[in-house]
Design a protein around this ligand. Structure first.
Ligand code: FAD
Length: 522
């Protein structure tokens, strides 16, 4: 059982690549690190789901070429400084940490097995992406977690959900005139095994809680991607920016147990988008038909579903030889078979799905947020890199670069021996009314359907206004509910989900122009 109050040097919340990189760097610099994850199995994350790969570098490539590709996809909003930082430091860190220190088994080149296989994805002017089959994220996550876990300075605390960040202004029980009010001093954490809340005090806190796809009806993200970090940071007073830029992937397998990303290479290899009657429809939307760019294809599929009233469209690649398909797409083939679909003989039911949040907690080049001693890294953060749209395969590299920098910068004042002061914080006040699961289920459905239909791929003033009215009322209900109920991971998630949904909605409402992945018809 975990005690009522724990104390550490650095608290890292989230065990995906952003959190692992931060924890690793801080631990190597001599800090005691508590690495927290709400999942029972710390591997469970967006990172574990990443398929395509991580950017490395093409032979003879200069950092400026990657900068140019990032800026050209970002809709004019990407920060050139952030893109330069990623391009300069990213490949070096991939080599030093992922390849040399961790030995991640990236696939070798078929021509020269001493080199790594380099692939190219949409928006990249060169082949510069390395991968481990179609399971790159999983290979990185497992190798990194094993290494971080075995570091003597790191304690991994799993099955524990951060509830709220502790700040001097909100939680101190002592006079605070000597200390900055907007200073983070750790988090309240729910031990999911005992359902008790403890305070985890930390000199420095790094949020790495990943994405927010679960606030939409269809998402490629795991169910825990509900914007916890964004909501916690916002409540603590941190600035969140660019929240309207949510990237939707055009093709995710529609299955009763959630969506699974169907790589765009299936369209690239000849897969045709068809309706229920087997008729191609993409030529109405783009001259390239089924090969239309990601955003256009996603919106076209959504529009077609709306007009037909059907729950999905289909991706048909049955005209290709079965052996070739099994060989080329082993992961996708296996997942489809598990769900009773043989893609060599029948079309795959697909929907567009919320995939990546380009916005998040505003951070600088070392992960600092607007709250003192609070940093953020990975998908939860907005470094400005992606602007209004993300270049494929940049997010894992962003986690590695900003995670490492956040860990290093958090460790600096601790190593220097700076003074840290922990005021006494209030113990958690328990409420005893059990939460009614029917309310939680229905509230989530309301959030997800509202976000999908009104704040999703195609936004308009009328849709956004309608969403505002629905979510405002629900927000009040959830606030009352949260006040009274026994706290649990699902109540915490619901409270964070509604706030995150609101932040996306407000940003979408205020931004009247269409840009990148934010598309408004009026
Ligand atoms: C299907 C899919 C394919 C992708 N493919 C690629 C690709 O090929 N290349 C690429 O660069 N990017 C890809 N991405 C994007 C990339 O995987 C993610 O952006 C990145 O992995 C995010 O890492 P992260 O560390 O920020 O968060 P995550 O990996 O999502 O980790 C978040 C962590 O926070 C924990 N957490 C959340 N809330 C709490 C809380 N309240 N308390 C405690 N812990 C909490 C979670 O349990 C988890 O451990 C893909 C994403 C998906 C979904």
């Amino acid at each position: 059982m975990i005690e009522d109050t724990l104390q550490t040097d650095v608290l890292v919340i989230g065990s995906g690549l952003g959190g692992l990189a931060a924890a690793w760097e801080a631990a190597k610099r001599g800090c005691q690190v508590a690495l927290l994850t709400r999942a029972a199995n710390p591997v469970e994350s967006n990172t574990d789901r990443a398929q395509g790969g991580i950017i490395y570098r093409a032979p003879g490539e200069s950092p400026e070429q990657l900068v140019a590709d990032i800026l050209s996809v970002g809709g004019g909003l990407s920060s050139p400084e952030a893109a330069r930082l990623l391009s300069r430091e990213g490949p070096r860190l991939v080599k030093e940490i992922l390849i040399d220190e961790l030995g991640v088994p990236f696939d070798p080149s078929a021509e020269n097995p001493t080199d790594l296989d380099l692939t190219r994805e949409a928006g990249h002017s060169l082949s510069r992406i390395i991968h481990h089959k179609d399971q790159t994220g999983s290979a990185i996550e497992r190798a990194f977690l094993e290494r971080v876990r075995s570091h003597p300075n790191v304690t991994v605390i799993s099955h524990a959900t951060a509830v709220d960040l502790l700040t001097v202004s909100h939680h101190s029980l002592e006079p605070t005139d000597v200390y900055r009010l907007l200073t983070c001093i750790g988090a309240y954490v729910l031990d999911r095994t005992t359902e008790k809340i403890f305070s985890l005090l930390a000199k420095e806190t790094i949020l790495a809680t990943g994405g927010l796809g679960s606030v939409f009806l269809h998402t490629t993200n795991p169910p825990g991607a509900r914007g916890d970090g964004i909501a916690m940071a916002y409540r603590a007073g941190a600035r969140c920016i660019n929240m309207q830029y949510v990237q939707f992937h055009p093709t995710a397998l529609l299955a009763p147990d959630g969506c699974f990303l169907i790589s765009e290479t299936v369209r690239g290899e000849g897969g045709r988008l068809v309706d229920r009657h087997g008729k191609e429809f993409m030529h109405k939307f783009h001259p390239d038909g089924s090969l239309a760019p990601r955003d256009i294809a996603a919106r076209a599929i959504y529009q077609t579903m709306l007009e037909s009233g059907e729950p999905c469209v289909y991706l048909d690649i049955t005209h290709k030889p079965a052996d070739q398909l099994r060989e080329r797409f082993p992961g996708i083939y296996a997942v489809c078979i598990e769900r009773g679909i043989d893609l060599t003989r029948e079309p795959i039911p697909v929907v567009p799905a919320a995939h990546y949040s380009c916005g998040g907690i505003a951070t600088d080049d070392c992960g600092r947020t607007t709250v003192h001693r609070l940093r953020a890294a990975g998908e939860v953060a907005c470094t400005g890199l992606h602007g209004a749209n993300r270049l494929a395969s940049t997010s894992l590299l962003e986690c590695l670069v900003w995670g490492t920098r956040a860990g290093a910068h958090a460790a600096e004042p601790i190593a220097r021996g700076d003074d840290y002061y922990f005021p006494k914080v209030a113990d958690w006040r328990y409420e005893h009314e059990p939460a009614d699961p029917a309310l939680i289920t229905q509230d989530w459905l309301t959030i997800q359907h509202t976000m999908w239909n009104y704040v999703g791929l195609i936004r308009s003033e009328r849709r956004l206004n309608r969403a505002m009215r629905i979510l405002r009322e629900l927000d009040l209900e959830i606030a009352r509910f949260y006040e009274k109920c026994e706290v649990s991971d699902s109540i915490i998630g619901l409270r964070n989900g509604i706030l995150t949904a609101f932040l996306i909605l407000e940003a979408a409402e205020q931004c009247r122009e269409s840009r990148g992945c934010h598309y408004r018809i009026n």
